[in-house]
Write a protein that binds this ligand. Sequence first.
Ligand SMILES: Nc1ncnc2c1ncn2[C@@H]1O[C@H](COP(=O)(O)OP(=O)(O)OP(=O)(O)O)[C@@H](O)[C@H]1O
Ligand SMILES: [Mg+2]
Length: 251
Amino acid sequence: MIKIAFAGKGGSGKSSISGTLARVLARRGKPILALDSDPVPGMPYSLGIPVDDSPTPDDVVVEGVEGEPRWVLRPGLDAESFISQYAAVGPDGVRYLQFGNTWGHVSTLQRAQFAWSQVVKEMDPTAWNVVGDLPGGTRQAMFGWAKYANLLAIVVEPTPKSIHVGRRLRNISKAAWGPDNVAVVANKVENPSDIEQIEERLELPVIAAVPADPAVTAADKLGCAPLDQPAGPFVDAIEALATRVVEQYDA
Ligand SMILES: Nc1ncnc2c1ncn2[C@@H]1O[C@H](COP(=O)(O)OP(=O)(O)OP(=O)(O)O)[C@@H](O)[C@H]1O
Ligand SMILES: [Mg+2]
């Protein structure tokens, strides 16, 4: 099963790439769970799932007893039933789970966070290929939000700032719980020297070179998924990424 999480600087292209990859893999017949831990929605747009602002209901959790986390899934609701009840079903059959919504009450968001961690920890690893989208920056990745992943894909644009964030994220492999594999997806690439620069500075394998594609900008303006627009080189690059991920990281 593929367990991949995307991290990187804000705006580097994590949601565009992860959402498109999730659908490309689903079209190849894989059961896909898209895990969006960014409370600000980006991934549903690239999946082509209507964005609704309803938070996960409060009553999915109850207070934990001594020795348990503060909030635990309510009796009778396990990780798999949570996924079947609360994950949205998107185009190509992708299941989509978002951890919470920003405008929920703070306590609600906290409960959603506990529910999220328990679901991610206890879900059946043989049931789902997972494609995760983290918020921009290093915080969530460093706090272990992507423990489900055996491949952390760092999305890097060919700019000094984006490469800098990529270098920070690279340190995650030093954590005891860190992913087995860390690799780079170079995005908005315009020429071969962009890749050389990224490879040289990050010293990690570059598993995809995704070109800057006006079709992605056009899809973004319409608020729709790149896969639901006429395909351009972006989609071709994600197809190639899917093949690479299946060949190399499908454990
Ligand atoms: N290969 C590409 N070609 C052209 N535009 C792109 C490409 N990849 C991403 N973009 C554009 O860059 C912007 C940021 O992309 P996206 O939202 O996927 O990034 P993100 O890393 O998820 O951002 P955030 O950190 O805010 O979650 C969007 O306007 C998107 O359309
Ligand atoms: Mg995003």
